[in-house]
Design a protein. Structure first.
Length: 191
């Protein structure tokens, strides 16, 4: 199943009493851009674990592309975006030389990108809910694995992934040519 060509994937949304996870829409773009900017301001003022930079990544175009490709999901609390995640098949070139736990074609793999939590909602389980949604999405749609990369400095994200049963696979250089963003840990969960 190709995620990008079929907008009718199973489990396109989750509704709970206190939150909603659904595919992002054009109406969400301005709020996502604000979320990205606010998150980058927060990271700059505290500890910038992922190494992101305002105006470089993530940016409005990141949200526009995710919505256009039908791969961006938002978690809303009281109709406000508390977090977002992009789930697609785009594996970095550095993934190719790695000994993953399972052989899989690109269309059988989901890759987590642009996993963000609004600073106002940090430490409230938003990240865990998005990870759980990603796992359910993959199971219900018959994908074999979820893969991701995370900066070796991003200890909070690494802790969340490991707590969520992702297995460490390798450490690679993604070739970003950014001095503080050279080494990334690769993780995978197999279904």
């Amino acid at each position: 199943m190709n995620l990008n060509s079929n907008g009718n994937n199973t489990l396109n949304s989750i509704v709970s009493n206190d939150y909603l996870i659904e595919k992002g829409t054009i109406e969400d773009i301005n709020e996502l851009e604000d979320l990205y900017n606010n998150l980058n301001d927060y990271l700059e003022a505290t500890i910038n674990y992922p190494g992101w930079k305002k105006g470089l990544y993530p940016v409005r175009e990141t949200a526009e592309n995710g919505i256009r490709d039908n791969t961006l999901f938002v978690l809303k609390i009281d109709n406000k975006i508390a977090g977002s995640i992009i789930l697609n098949h785009l594996q970095e070139d550095a993934y190719r030389g790695v000994n993953w736990g399972i052989e899989a074609k690109d269309e059988e793999v989901i890759v987590i990108h642009t996993f963000v939590v609004n600073p106002k909602y940090m430490k409230n389980g938003v990240g865990q809910k998005l990870i759980d949604f990603s796992k359910d999405f993959c199971l219900k749609n018959g994908f074999k694995t979820i893969r991701l990369d995370v900066s070796i400095k991003n200890t909070p994200a690494i802790g969340l992934y490991e707590k969520s049963d992702f297995k460490y696979v390798d450490t690679v250089d993604l070739g970003l040519n950014i001095p503080d963003l050279i080494w990334f840990k690769l993780y995978e969960i197999i279904f």
